[in-house]
Design a protein. Structure first.
Lengths: 157, 146
């Protein structure tokens, strides 16, 4: 995602939605593989998805592979008008995705039935809503936690 | 499960999520009666028929879009003005007016009565409809600059 030069921790609001679209597609494929019984392929893809979520949570959405693709290939082809948002909530959303799919994988490793499928579906719903209508569930969770004081924000300091 | 059935199931899931996104309201609108906006907002313009007060916050993804729309409307409709309050620095205000999410927009008349409350990513057409509705109640004629 391209950053506003005047604000180093901001991203083009279209960037996270682009990333969510790709993530949704990967999650849908993983769901399909899980449902068809291709357990090894589904687990492998789920691990890749977890790694990607971890990448976003640690390095930030600006430095995520989808963010780099958006910045270099997609954004130059979009209209110049763009709003910028703080990158912190989308980054937190990546952490939420990491936790959801990660827990699903962990439970799957312990042979808990349908754990991976449920986790993938939950993550797909969140990513799909972000991609389709820009509703970022993870971002809303971040704002809720900030509002009740669990997360300290810049405004609280 | 056969791959054909799996394909149908995943397609149904995709349609369901897209449908959910289609059905979820992008914004909410509520008409208000008998409530005044008493916060001392120094950037308000008391001489305009309508004043839009935008409540934003530090991590508000949709606030820039609403800000842009209000700026455009300010240019198009001389009878309106708009101002902004950052709730990140006014938590008491958010509690007092029970503003649960941002962006939120209050539409005030010249007496600072709250006419309508919007919350969420409000489309420009909704604000235009609001302006046209509210201005018809006033003796001032519409002067929409094309």
């Amino acid at each position: 995602m391209s950053s506003n030069p005047s604000h180093s921790n901001t991203v083009d609001t279209r960037g996270p939605r682009f990333g969510a679209a790709i993530t949704s597609a990967l999650l849908l494929i993983a769901i399909f593989l899980t449902v068809t019984g291709a357990v090894v392929a589904a687990t492998t893809l789920a691990i890749i998805i977890v790694v990607l979520f971890a990448w976003g949570a640690i390095a930030g959405v600006q430095n995520h592979p989808w963010g780099l693709i958006f910045r270099s290939l997609v954004r130059p082809r979009l209209s110049k008008q763009a709003e910028f948002e703080d990158a912190t909530p989308p980054r937190f959303a990546q952490l939420i995705g990491l936790i959801v799919v990660g827990v699903g994988l962990l439970l799957h490793a312990f042979a808990v039935p349908y754990a991976l499928l449920i986790a993938l579906i939950a993550a797909f719903i969140a990513a799909g809503l972000n991609a389709s209508i820009g509703f970022c569930l993870g971002c809303e969770i971040y704002l809720l936690l900030a509002r009740i004081g669990v997360i300290k924000t810049r405004a609280a300091h | 499960m056969p791959w054909e059935i799996a394909l149908i199931v995943t397609s149904a899931l995709l349609v369901a999520v897209l449908g959910l996104g289609f059905l979820l309201p992008k914004y909410r609108k509520r008409s208000v009666q008998g409530e005044q906006f008493t916060h001392e907002n120094t950037s308000e313009h008391p001489d305009t028929a309508l004043n839009f007060v935008l409540f934003s916050s530090d991590y508000c993804a949709n606030c820039p879009a609403v800000r842009r729309v209000l700026t455009e409307l300010d240019d198009e409709y001389p009878q309106i003005s708009w101002s902004e309050v950052n709730l990140s620095h006014n938590l008491e205000l958010a509690k007092h007016y029970q503003i649960m999410r941002t962006p939120a927009v209050f539409v005030l008349n010249s007496n600072r009565d709250i006419l309508t409350r919007f919350s969420g990513a409000v489309a420009k057409s909704a604000f235009v409809a609001e302006i046209q509705t509210q201005l018809n109640l006033h003796p001032v004629e519409e002067n929409h600059v094309q």
